[in-house]
Write a protein that binds this ligand. Structure first.
Ligand code: SAH
Length: 214
């Protein structure tokens, strides 16, 4: 019995459908993935609220709408190999893994990665591979990726990620200052790269070689 189902269905209706989330496959996945499993016990009652939440180590799980908005922008069809930078709680990873064929996810904080891996196992999400590393250099061994999502904000789009993106491919990342960023969508098509600003957002720092300094 999933006592959180009602909260989750209300989240889909009031925070996603009522705005501009129209991808039915994505809406169905967000009505299924148990977001409360990715936050601390003390926070479970707020897991389906219209806001981000702290997940420890100074990091946050994104607001449900932002997770949906970023996922929708990747136009996943189920066949893709996806790279995610910033596993955090693992919630975004879980949403991605139900909409593509394989997710590779990189996190730089050990305690967060360990927590996320535990939930992936509990929920039997078997198409996720993860590692502890600086994700700004990507994960070259498994590339190219059909889609790349970065869930922390950096000063620019890391060059290695552009290189590891397939053609055609879509990459989404918050780019700006440490206070405010633009959610940028980079599309690679027939050897050309095009960048579009989608929305103003506020994310935690992308820390690494091609991000902010440590
Ligand atoms: N998608 C996550 C969001 C977590 S916040 C969720 O749904 O919970 C962003 C995460 O990016 C943090 O966990 C932070 O530690 C991580 N991060 C920041 N810089 C990174 C880097 N260079 N490589 C990998 N992870 C990074």
């Amino acid at each position: 019995m999933d006592q959180y189902r009602t909260g989750r269905e209300r989240m889909v209706l009031e925070q996603l459908r009522s705005r501009d989330i129209v991808d039915e496959g994505l809406l169905a996945v967000m009505a299924e993935v148990p977001r409360h499993c990715f936050v601390d016990d003390a926070m479970r009652g707020r897991a389906y609220g219209d806001h981000p939440l702290p997940i420890g180590a100074g990091q946050t799980i994104s607001q449900p709408y932002i997770v949906a908005f970023m996922t929708q922008a990747l136009h996943l069809t189920g066949q893709e190999k996806v790279l995610e930078i910033g596993t955090g709680s693992g919630y975004q990873t879980a949403v991605l893994c139900r909409l593509c064929s394989q997710v590779y996810t990189v996190e730089r904080i050990n305690s967060l990665l360990a927590g996320a891996r535990k939930v992936f196992d509990q929920l039997r999400y078997y198409n996720i591979r993860s590692k502890l590393d600086d994700g700004t250099v990507g994960w070259p061994e498994n590339g190219p990726y059909d889609a790349i999502m970065v869930t922390a904000g950096g000063p620019e789009i890391p060059e290695p990620l552009i290189e590891q993106l397939a053609d055609p491919g879509r990459l989404i990342i918050p780019v700006g200052t440490q206070h405010v960023q633009e959610l940028q969508l980079l599309e690679k098509k027939e050897g050309q790269v095009e960048v579009t600003n989608l929305a103003s957002v506020r994310f935690v720092d992308l820390v690494g070689e091609h991000g902010w300094g440590k």
